[in-house]
Design a protein around this ligand. Structure first.
Ligand code: DC
Length: 219
């Protein structure tokens, strides 16, 4: 049986993961966080002492690393990297890895294989509706103001809101101006601004969207 493909894109800290996980659970399908894949490659790059800007060395890592990006845990070359892929070091280098066109094509291929194996699922990232699954059943663009996103990150992980806001603005700039698959809103995407909505309201809005399109019951 083939299930729906739901693409969720949007900038960092907008609430994509929370929305994606809740929608996947509600539909009884798998959930893939593609940002975690770029982070896992970055982790391996740093572990091997490679400069994240060295395109060919980074591509070699992406082609040889063994990684499992599961819904609960991320394992990289046999090491549980679930916590470390969210750390400062990986976060400050991941934009370089994500801008590497060779790495992107390897990971896009892996993302398509993941969906093909499961016959659908909820996939979250930056280029899912625009590049990876242009024929997704439902495309969502989840966003929120940089200030609100910074406040949410600080509430979760601590730190200074002004500094966090500045780093979010900088990461958005890098993600939306890179040459390969920049963060962009697909014309067919439904935009959800979560700045003034609680998570329950957001999930309710998405579920309503899914039901309106009847993409919950298979195709
Ligand atoms: O969503 P996140 O913060 O975990 O993403 C980590 C980085 O990977 C971020 O710089 C954006 C990039 N990314 C991407 O370029 N394409 C994706 N499909 C997912 C993430």
């Amino acid at each position: 049986m083939t299930g729906p493909i739901i693409a969720i894109d949007g900038p960092a800290g907008a609430g994509k993961s929370t929305v994606g996980r809740a929608v996947a659970e509600r539909l009884g399908v798998g959930y893939l966080d593609t940002g975690a894949m770029y982070r896992a490659v970055t982790f391996a790059v740093l572990q091997r002492g490679i400069d994240p800007r060295d395109e060919s060395a980074v591509l070699e890592v992406a082609g040889s690393v063994e990684m499992t990006v599961g819904e609960e845990r991320v394992v990289v070359d046999g090491v549980d990297a679930t916590g470390e892929i969210r750390g400062r070091e990986v976060t400050s280098s991941v934009s370089f890895v994500a801008a590497n066109p060779g790495v992107r094509s390897l990971l896009v291929e892996a993302q398509r294989a993941w969906v093909a194996n499961r016959g659908g699922g909820v996939v979250e990232g930056r280029d899912i509706g625009t590049v990876v699954f242009p024929d997704a059943d439902l495309k969502l663009f989840v966003t929120a103001s940089p200030r609100v996103r910074a406040e949410r990150r600080v509430a979760e992980a601590g730190g200074d809101v002004d500094e966090m806001e500045a780093s979010i603005i900088e990461r958005d700039r890098l993600d939306s101006t890179r040459a390969t698959s920049p963060l962009a809103v697909d014309p067919a995407a439904v935009t959800l601004d979560t700045s003034d909505l609680g998570i329950h309201e957001v999930v309710a809005a998405v579920v309503a969207e899914v039901e309106a399109r009847s993409v919950g019951g298979g195709r």
